[in-house]
Design a binder for this molecule. Structure first.
Ligand code: SF4
Length: 373
């Protein structure tokens, strides 16, 4: 329920309140999403920038993304590599290929490896544990992230014990009916929510997320997403514009917009100041400067591709995806240049979420130092 004080506030005041308290009612989020003006979008982005700099400075964390299988047993309606898309040339990377991506990544300065793939039954728990253990042994100073969908709690436990630190599982939408609209009936929102809860309980740093402008999304469903993130308190949140893929049920739907995505990135930063928030490849796909603008709106993570060049064009979740023809070193060098141009810097760092207390005390320290001067 909105507090009495909240109901009386305009959008600018609500944004200011979110900046200070990081908490609003569901109806206040609806009001912000429905009534904000261009000036208020700019205010949100500037508050978000301030917030990011207080907690993380101007450094940007990087993660090396390894798309290791494009086989999937599911048929999510929006996804280009869904099971029934016969146009996709399927591939799987071997353990040796994955390790060689890590080797290249380490050399380039990555200290987090993200293994991402469809829900591919070939990669049994045994195989995943074998690969992860090998990465853990070879790179004890790096974080390992898995993003391989819905599994049982026992499977998640095994991955955690093998050395996986983080798990990304987009919640897609916090509205159950909307979830059903985006997915075939064998997939369930309740199960997705249960997986996220289990991952957190096991001790992973957990990432959720959603597409901006996905078919069927409304102000109400988006407000629920923001409220869900406020309550769930994930360590990471991946959002990017929905981009239609020509062979899917949603081929003719409109793509999500740059402005809306940037505004939502800013709101997420205000909701959780220490959130790990990527400026996604999808954002860079809808606009040449999308990722820079994402960083300037509160994002602090980039996930360049470390997959072998030969397979990148086969991992097309949506049309016109960028960076499918470049070498990993090229992707990294381009991003370095782009970040430099906006006064940001790519860090060689695992990039764990700063604990609230830690970042809070850092802020206090900085304030003290400033006072001393
Ligand atoms: S979104 Fe993920 S689970 Fe769904 S079809 Fe695509 S790869 Fe498979």
């Amino acid at each position: 329920m909105p507090t009495h004080k909240e109901t009386e506030k305009g959008v600018s005041e609500l944004l200011q309140l979110l900046f200070e308290k990081h908490h609003l009612s569901l109806s206040s989020y609806e009001k912000i999403l429905r009534e904000r003006t261009k000036e208020e979008e700019e205010l949100a982005r500037s508050l978000a920038r301030e917030c990011t700099e207080k907690h993380y400075g101007r450094g940007v964390y990087t993660r090396g993304l390894i798309e290791f299988t494009n086989f999937c047993k599911n048929n999510c309606h929006y996804c280009g590599i869904q099971r029934d898309n016969g146009e996709v040339e399927r591939y799987r990377l071997s353990k040796e290929e994955i390790l060689s991506c890590c080797e290249e990544g380490y050399r380039l300065g990555f200290r987090t490896f993200v293994m991402q793939g469809g829900e591919d039954p070939y990669f049994t728990d045994e195989r995943i544990v074998d690969i992860v253990s090998a990465i853990r042994k070879a790179y004890p100073d790096c974080a390992i992230t898995l993003s391989i969908g819905e599994k049982s709690g026992e499977s998640y436990e095994k991955y955690f014990k093998a050395g996986v630190n983080r798990y990304l599982l987009r919640h897609e939408t916090a509205d159950e009916a909307h979830y059903q609209y985006l997915h075939p009936k064998e997939l369930s929102w309740k199960k997705r929510m249960r997986c996220l809860k289990e991952l957190k309980e096991i001790g992973f740093q957990v990432g959720c997320g959603f597409m901006v402008g996905s078919p069927g999304q409304t102000v109400k469903t988006l407000a629920k997403d923001l409220y869900f993130i406020q309550e769930f308190q994930p360590d990471m949140c991946g959002i990017g514009p929905f981009i239609p893929q020509h062979a899917t049920k949603f081929a003719k739907e409109k793509a999500g917009s740059l402005g809306e995505t940037l505004f939502l990135l800013a709101l997420l930063r205000l909701i959780k100041p220490n959130l790990l928030l990527p400026a996604t490849t999808a954002l860079g796909t809808i606009d040449e400067h999308g990722r820079e603008l994402g960083i300037l709106s509160g994002a602090n993570v980039l996930m360049p591709n470390l997959s072998p060049k030969e397979v990148r064009k086969k991992y097309l979740l949506y049309d016109n995806k960028i960076c499918t023809g470049d070498e990993s070193a090229q992707c990294k060098a381009d991003l370095e240049k782009k970040m430099k141009a906006i006064g940001a810097e790519l860090l060689v760092d695992r990039g764990d979420a700063r604990k609230e207390k830690e970042s809070e005390s850092k802020r206090n320290r900085r304030t003290c130092c400033q006072r001393e001067k």
